[in-house]
Design a protein around this ligand. Structure first.
Ligand SMILES: [Zn+2]
Length: 192
């Protein structure tokens, strides 16, 4: 694939998402020839930080094949040391460097729901949910459902912002970090 500008990379993801929504995925670059081609190295054109939710699978959602996107998954698509370091690797150390990072929140996110609910979820989950607190504290909406949507979107935006400030690697001019929201039933990704 080689290097794509952030704009071209975003266009490609949008096009793939349209195929997915229309039920006409190309399923390209998933065969033995592609595996052989990639054995020498990877050149993904975008990074996606997404939730671990089984319903949100970035490679399917964007209709891409092996080696096309560098996916980091963690519940609540949070920016913690491990996720930041993984993304840093892709945007700084891969050759060519990746120019687009998408932070993909999604409808009905259980991690965000748990953070909104509060309470003690056990040591590890509490540590993870703490990263969602900035979004939770800014939650708006009259109903629980509306609050969940607004908090997921807020978290995607804040996480994108946080990544931008995470280190010098993220300050590169050609790099764009874009928050997005995945709709479960339609499969559509709304770029925020
Ligand atoms: Zn989730």
């Amino acid at each position: 694939m080689g290097q794509l500008s952030s704009r071209k990379a975003l266009e490609k993801l949008k096009e793939g998402n349209r195929n997915f929504c229309d039920g006409k995925p190309g399923h390209e670059k998933q065969d033995a020839a592609r595996r052989a081609e990639l054995a020498a190295g990877q050149e993904p054109f975008a990074v996606v930080l997404s939730c671990a939710d089984s319903r949100v699978v970035p490679e399917l959602v964007f209709d891409v094949g092996l080696g096309e996107i560098f996916v980091v998954r963690v519940a609540g698509n949070i920016a913690n040391t491990s996720s930041i370091a993984s993304i840093e690797y892709a945007i700084q150390h891969l050759n060519p460097k990746v120019n687009l990072v998408v932070v993909l929140g999604h409808e009905g996110c259980g991690a965000v729901k748990a953070a909104l609910g509060g309470g003690d979820c056990g040591h590890h989950l509490n540590m993870l949910l703490a990263h969602l607190q900035p979004a939770v504290s800014q939650a708006t909406g009259k109903t629980d459902a509306a609050k969940l949507v607004s908090t997921v979107k807020k978290n995607a935006r804040l996480t994108a912002k946080r990544l931008g400030l995470a280190s010098k690697s993220f300050e590169r001019k050609s790099l764009e970090i874009v928050p997005a929201y995945y709709n479960l039933a339609s499969g559509k990704v709304d770029f925020l």
